[in-house]
Ligand binder design. Structure first.
Ligand SMILES: [Zn+2]
Length: 336
């Protein structure tokens, strides 16, 4: 989750990530959706989201992900770390057996979310840096993602980009969306790999060069959106979960003006919420993520928002589609 509030608030937001397994049921649902979408309007188009932890794919851009899958696009999620140092943020899951097996538990949660969203997911294999708690912040643990040299981590991602050959890549902004060391690192590695993937002189051992057409940063957790939802909650006499957050979040009109692309995907907010809840250790189902009624967020802010950072298509701005201007490959054989 993304924004620019106090460290506590930022940490709090990061907690607003996923709960219980609906594997069997959604497995069928997602398979049916993919089958129905085969040959759909987005066939032959490939999107790659690069995320820091398991659960980030379900809290950022997840509704548009589900929509594009439904329309026949191939959506890949790269998860840089295993989320090994994540805390248990759902009181119901705060049990010794869960804590002892955090890596396995988070893998199982990711399996469930992957089925719900209908994505292909890849682990990049780095180790979670954890949130550095304290003042001053402690040093990052040895061997963690945040300490890997960017060019080394980028090679792993370049290899995947050349294999998957996405037309569109998304990642976090340069502030990481929020300042978790893994999110900032995810940004750096994604930008480096996006640039290197098409360069035959870069990482020659990592596959045939592929130049993606567009790079985006996620901007869905923007202040204007939170303000609009907050005001709509108050108008309806509901308690807003965002009062405190907004009070400590200075307006940043120039930052908000960076949004170029708003993707209408309200019909898929329900899929997003289910994917998020699949990350059972990472979200409290009674927490403020779910305090806003679905139809309110659907009517007040029906889009997920992005900033187009690199464009090789010439598509005019503003846009409402990450694939605007992209032509599917002729023959559209999908590379996996
Ligand atoms: Zn994260």
């Amino acid at each position: 989750m993304h924004e620019d509030a106090s460290p506590e608030a930022q940490r709090e937001t990061h907690r607003a990530h996923g709960e219980h397994h609906e594997g069997a049921h959604t497995d069928t649902a997602a398979t049916a959706r993919r089958a129905a979408a085969h040959g759909g309007p987005r066939s032959g188009l490939r999107l790659m989201h690069v995320h820091a932890h398991p659960d980030d794919e379900s809290s950022k851009g997840a509704a548009s992900t589900a929509m594009y899958v439904d329309q026949g696009a191939e959506v890949h999620v790269v998860t840089c770390t295993g989320g090994e140092r994540g805390s248990i943020l759902n009181p119901r899951m705060d049990r010794p057996d869960v804590l002892e097996n955090m890596t396995e538990v988070r893998r199982a949660e990711m399996d469930a979310a992957r089925e719900i969203l209908g994505i292909t997911q890849h682990w990049l294999g780095f180790v979670d840096s954890g949130w550095p708690d304290g003042d001053p912040k402690p040093p990052l643990p040895e061997g963690c993602f945040g300490l890997v040299p960017v060019e080394e981590a980028a090679e792993a991602l370049v290899r995947l980009i050349r294999q998957v050959r996405p037309h569109v890549v998304t990642t976090y902004d340069e502030r990481g969306g929020y300042p978790h060391p893994d999110h900032v690192m995810c940004h750096r590695v994604s930008v480096a790999a996006f640039e290197a993937a098409g360069d035959p002189d870069a990482y020659p051992e990592a596959g045939q060069p592929w130049t993606p057409s567009k790079l985006y940063y996620h901007h869905s957790f923007n202040r204007p959106r939170m303000t609009a939802i907050h005001e709509a909650m108050l108008e309806r006499g509901l308690e807003s979960p965002w009062a405190e957050r907004l009070a400590s979040w200075e307006p940043e009109p120039e930052w908000d003006a960076r949004i170029t692309t708003r993707v209408p995907c309200a019909d898929y907010f329900e899929v997003r919420d289910r994917a998020l809840l699949a990350h059972a250790t990472q979200i409290d189902p009674d927490g403020h993520w779910f305090a806003v009624p679905m139809e309110l967020s659907q009517s007040v802010w029906p889009t997920e928002d992005f900033e187009r950072v690199v464009d090789r298509t010439g598509a005019p701005l503003p846009e409402d589609d990450l694939f605007a201007g992209v032509t599917p490959d002729p023959g559209a054989a999908s590379a996996q």
